[in-house]
Design a protein around this ligand. Structure first.
Ligand SMILES: Cc1cn([C@H]2C[C@H](O)[C@@H](COP(=O)(O)OP(=O)(O)O[C@H]3O[C@@H](C)C(=O)[C@@H](O)[C@H]3O)O2)c(=O)[nH]c1=O
Length: 186
């Protein structure tokens, strides 16, 4: 398994070592010891799985303290564009966006520390996404930023007339007005 820096502190890409043989493939999707060696000591307590069709955009979402979540995202079926936005005030990359294609094929995973807003778009006919979280879901702590924020200008890699967005996500605030208690801790 290799760990690749993204240029944004607290955001890392993981590429597992895949063992192919005549039966198919095998890989360790998560190994606490190896993640620990990469400086990730988060204790994951909840796994979420969602299925979406082409053009779906979920996000941008985050929970705030004491339920602020680190997430480890991967794809079981299909391809997504996974997007993280650094919203930690004082961070050297505050307001910066990072996007990466995660797919069942490339088996890459994105680790996001608390303090990133997270979302994804579905680039394949369907996609099933699985992500580990280090805090439980807490509805009252949920906040977000609207996917088509004019300042962030995220390219979701789908035509905007094909975008499928929940009612809840369409009315999220813009980045400049979002609820944001996050401070960069280095
Ligand atoms: C996130 C979540 C939702 N739910 C419920 C609430 C709701 O009735 C239903 C669907 O919820 P949502 O519409 O919020 O699902 P979704 O839009 O997929 O929300 C997710 O988006 C991605 C991008 C993230 O990063 C996640 O943290 C989460 O916010 O599932 C839970 O029971 N537990 C959970 O952890």
């Amino acid at each position: 398994m290799s760990f690749i820096e993204t240029g944004l502190p607290g955001l890392l890409v993981f590429e597992p070592t895949v063992f192919n043989d005549s039966r198919g493939f095998f890989f360790e999707a998560y190994n606490e010891k190896m993640f620990g060696e990469a400086g990730i000591e988060n204790e994951f307590v909840q796994d979420n799985q969602s299925r979406s069709t082409y053009g779906v955009i979920r996000g941008l979402h985050y929970q705030v303290t004491p339920f602020a979540q680190a997430k480890l995202v991967r794809v079981l079926i299909g391809t997504i564009l996974d997007v993280a936005v650094d919203i930690r005030k004082g961070s050297p990359t505050f307001g910066k966006t990072f996007s990466i294609e995660l797919s069942a094929e490339n088996k890459k995973q994105l680790f996001l520390s608390a303090g990133f807003a997270h979302g994804f778009s579905v680039l394949s006919e369907t996609a099933e996404v699985l992500y580990k979280c280090d805090r439980f879901y807490n509805k009252a702590s949920e906040h977000g930023i609207v996917y088509n924020d004019p300042a962030l200008k995220i390219d979701w890699k789908i035509p905007m007339d094909k975008a499928v967005v929940s009612d809840k996500d369409q009315v999220l605030p813009v980045f400049a007005n979002c609820v944001n208690p996050f401070e960069f801790k280095g």
